[in-house]
Design a protein around this ligand. Structure first.
Ligand code: BGC
Length: 810
């Protein structure tokens, strides 16, 4: 069953039934001010950091689900309703939510009155704008009241949920004209406040939550709204909110619009106050002025649209398959921008208070994002590298506001350093900017410790060879990509964190075949970079290590039909036919295949066949098989999950693309495509009721074949799935790959595809690349012409600015 449809022309997903199987959300803002908004207007806003600068409050995992948001209430003759259905849940005569590129439009109607709210964060603005339009579609005059609503968060979203003995006494607001200012803690060390305004005179307001709702009422029946009467409360402590009341009259057919601005201000220390205890409102009023007419709002909305037109024009495909085009041209790229902005911090599955930016996560996000805004990728790479230690190890996560490493989680995930290599080379290949390698970058953000970014890559590479186990394979540390394979943890205590507890390390023989494959692939990448820089000796040194690792994998990492996953603390095999459960894993097979280890000897082919036979399922490729049915203390968190969920044999959509790419390495386009299609949101939309989460973006996990409900997805939006699927489809299946000095064309497609066209903007030039497949092949470029000239091979050297036509025959 579907709950809406794709409107590709407008780049929107249109939800027509508010009761989606889970809140279906969208993100507003891509720079500093961010909001999450669900299809029923639930969600919250923050400035830069979802933990430290939370602007509005949200209640996670509540009953009912999705409580708290940017709500509007309408009271017409005692009938109280909301345009997004929630929170009132009054049955509507019509409902529609359009999630677009960084904006959401929610429209509802009741008894001949229509209310539409456009929510967006204008470019370069520290505020969310809400354009509310009310239309009288009836034939009689209508008089009614409209109430806005937001609930302030006391800034630190973690403390906001726990320290009530303090919190209930700190809240402070000011109200001036039609603006409510939230200034809790501004008197002390904070230099920031928030505000909520409307561009019209108001009939009243509320800033005290209990006065607005009544102590025993929910979001669905605020006392003020039900009574149609504000008390103009001014919050002192307790829970500050902001609600405006507008009294309106609309003639038949008439409509009126209002602009609400929810903003954030930082004032310099010496300009904090206007007078004693009165905050300096100038910066807020300037923003409010910028959006005080409908025209201004529409202009800035159009700017946002133009911005997205440009972002999405860098890579477009015309394949004749609308589902594929929709993913590549719109939604997958959009999700890549969102993961770039948020890493794994704030979604409806990530509370925004736990994780900041992940070292490996953010590097991976770059491979799907870098073509959109290379300059921002550059900045991100420097930020990430600055959280590295001198020996190449690195903080697993860092906080976006401070950019400092998270001490709670610390370091010791031995795959982390290698991701910096792919993040950086992806950037250089896209931009051609080698100067980033000379950028001085500190260690652990310690001034004075700066070394070139290139040096950071060297220590990343070396970190692996300084941490080898008894088979010459990489020691896993706390975990590799699979955070839940904790081979040194040995936890018997439910109060311990699998991620940070290492009850045994000395003498550990726990080695990872996933890191081994990754090292071979990115080690080669590093060596190639060295060669481009004229560092021949370093390249040779790297390649020597790469071949040692390749040999170690062939010798100690092959199980006969597939690659082993790891060796445990005591040196026992994991992911072997000898194991009772967890005989085969996706990660090591994906990585060793992508690295082409044993390709000629047929190992890659065999491994991919084993994956197909043992891990593939109706809804995608599961992580391991058989699923663990009991807790293995020597494996850690992975075996703590019920079978079929998360890292225990769930379909981790993040690593399905590793297998897609592994298949393309040996030219099997049909299988690569089949895997792509299975987990692609445009395809899973058809069974939204089962899939549950948004049909326009990837989820991290779909319950696997051993689960209670296979096919049910969780953890949508913030997942490396976005970048990896984008990377796999655009660079390996459609096969247009940026390289240091041009584009490589190497499609690997199902034999029955007749062809497709990709338009790629690359370093100032536009390439129209038309692929034709007259003989029904899956791969192999037979002929390539550039602007009418036949080229050898499949490499298009960088061309002068302007349009270029590339004709390719498979
Ligand atoms: C984490 C990733 C990790 C993956 C697999 C995700 O939740 O963000 O860093 O690789 O899980 O464990």
């Amino acid at each position: 069953m579907q709950y809406g449809y794709f409107d590709d022309a407008n780049r929107e997903y249109v939800i027509t039934n508010p009761q989606t199987p889970w809140p279906w959300i969208n993100y507003l803002g891509t720079e500093d001010f961010f909001s999450l908004i669900s299809n029923t207007a639930g969600g919250y806003s923050f400035y830069k950091d979802a933990k430290f600068r939370r602007i509005t409050r949200y209640r996670y995992n509540n009953v009912p689900m999705d409580s708290g948001g940017k709500y509007f209430y309408i009271n017409e003759d005692g009938t109280v309703w909301s345009p997004g259905w929630k929170p009132c849940k009054t049955p509507l005569d019509s409902y529609e939510c359009r999630h677009g590129m960084n904006y959401t439009k929610i429209k509802g109607s009741k008894n001949g009155l229509e209310a539409e709210v456009l929510y967006f964060v204008p470019l370069k603005t520290k505020a969310e704008v809400q354009l509310l339009t009310l239309r009288n579609t009836s034939s009689t005059v209508k008089t009614f009241k409209v109430f806005s609503f937001v609930e302030w968060c006391l800034w630190n979203a973690a403390a906001d949920m726990e320290n009530f003995q303090r919190n209930f006494s700190t809240g402070e607001v000011e109200v001036q004209g039609s603006v409510v200012y939230h200034k809790t803690e501004y008197k002390e060390r904070r230099d920031h406040y928030a505000y909520y305004s409307v561009n019209a005179p108001i009939a009243g307001f509320e800033t005290d939550r209990e006065t607005f709702f009544g102590l025993y009422n929910g979001f669905d029946e605020p006392q003020t709204v039900l009574e149609g009467q504000t008390r103009n409360s001014v919050a002192h402590g307790w829970s500050p909110v902001a609600s405006h009341c507008l009294e309106l009259e609309l003639q038949a057919g008439e409509s009126k619009s209002f602009v609400f601005v929810l903003g954030y201000v930082e004032n310099p220390q010496d300009q904090k106050w206007e007078s004693k205890n009165i905050i300096n409102k100038k910066p807020a009023l300037e923003v409010i002025d910028k959006f005080d007419t409908i025209e201004k709002v529409i202009d800035s909305f159009n700017e946002l649209k133009a911005y997205w037109d440009k972002l999405l024009s860098v890579y477009t495909v015309d394949s004749g398959n609308e589902k594929l085009d929709r993913m590549v041209n719109i939604w997958n790229q959009y999700q890549c921008m969102i993961t770039f902005c948020f890493s794994r911090s704030a979604s409806f599955f990530e509370s925004g208070i736990g994780r900041g930016m992940g070292f490996r996560d953010s590097n991976q996000d770059l491979i799907g994002f870098v073509h959109q805004i290379p300059e921002r990728a550059r900045e991100r790479i420097i930020d990430i590298a600055s959280t590295q230690f001198q020996d190449g190890g690195c903080y697993h996560q860092y906080q976006p506001l401070t950019k400092k490493g998270n001490n709670e989680i610390g370091q010791g995930f031995n795959d982390d350093p290698l991701w910096l290599i792919i993040g950086t080379t992806s950037y250089i290949k896209e931009s051609g900017d080698f100067s980033i390698l000379e950028e001085p970058v500190p260690f652990d953000n310690e001034p004075g410790t700066e070394k070139s970014l290139f040096h950071h890559l060297t220590v990343s590479f070396d970190h692996v060879i300084h941490h080898l186990g008894p088979h010459g394979l990489p020691l896993i540390g706390r975990a590799d990509w699979n955070d839940c394979l904790n081979l040194n943890c040995f936890s018997n205590d439910p109060n311990e964190s699998f991620q940070t507890t290492e009850n045994k390390t000395a003498g550990s023989k726990a080695e990872s075949l996933m890191i081994a494959g990754q090292f071979v692939l990115y080690g080669r990448e590093y060596a190639e970079l060295c060669l481009r820089l004229g560092k021949k000796e370093e390249a040779e040194r790297a390649l020597k290590e790469v071949s040692k690792m390749t040999e170690a994998v062939i010798k100690h990492g092959w199980d006969g039909e597939w690659f082993l996953r790891a060796y445990d603390f005591d040196g026992n095999k994991i992911g072997s036919n000898e194991n009772e459960e967890g005989k085969i894993f996706i990660e090591s097979n994906g990585w060793c295949a992508m690295a082409g280890i044993g390709l000629e000897a047929g190992m890659v082919g065999k491994a991919m066949d084993a994956v197909n036979e043992k891990l593939d399922s109706e809804h995608g490729i599961v992580l391991n098989n058989p699923a663990f049915t009991k807790y293995y203390i020597e494996y850690g968190e992975i075996s703590s999950y019920p079978p079929g969920y998360k890292e225990n044999a769930g379909i981790f959509c993040h690593n399905n693309p590793w297998i897609m790419i592994g298949e393309t390495i040996q030219g099997r386009g049909d299988r690569a495509w089949e895997y792509y299609r299975k987990i692609s949101p445009a395809y899973t939309e058809a069974h939204s009721e089962l899939h549950k989460v948004e049909p326009y973006v990837y989820a991290q996990m779909i319950a696997g074949k051993d689960a209670f409900r296979p096919g049910e997805a969780k953890n949508s939006w913030l997942t490396g799935t976005a970048a990896w699927n984008y990377y796999a489809i655009t660079q390996y299946i459609l096969g247009i790959k940026p390289d240091y000095d041009g584009l490589i064309v190497n499609p690997c497609i199902p034999a029955d595809w007749k062809g497709f066209t990709v338009n790629r903007k690359f370093r100032g030039a536009n390439y129209e690349i038309r692929i034709s497949n007259p003989d029904g092949r899956m791969s192999g470029v037979r002929k390539l012409t550039l602007d009418g000239i036949l080229l050898e091979g499949n490499h298009i050297p960088c061309q002068p600015n302007g349009d270029h036509l590339v004709l390719v025959e498979l």
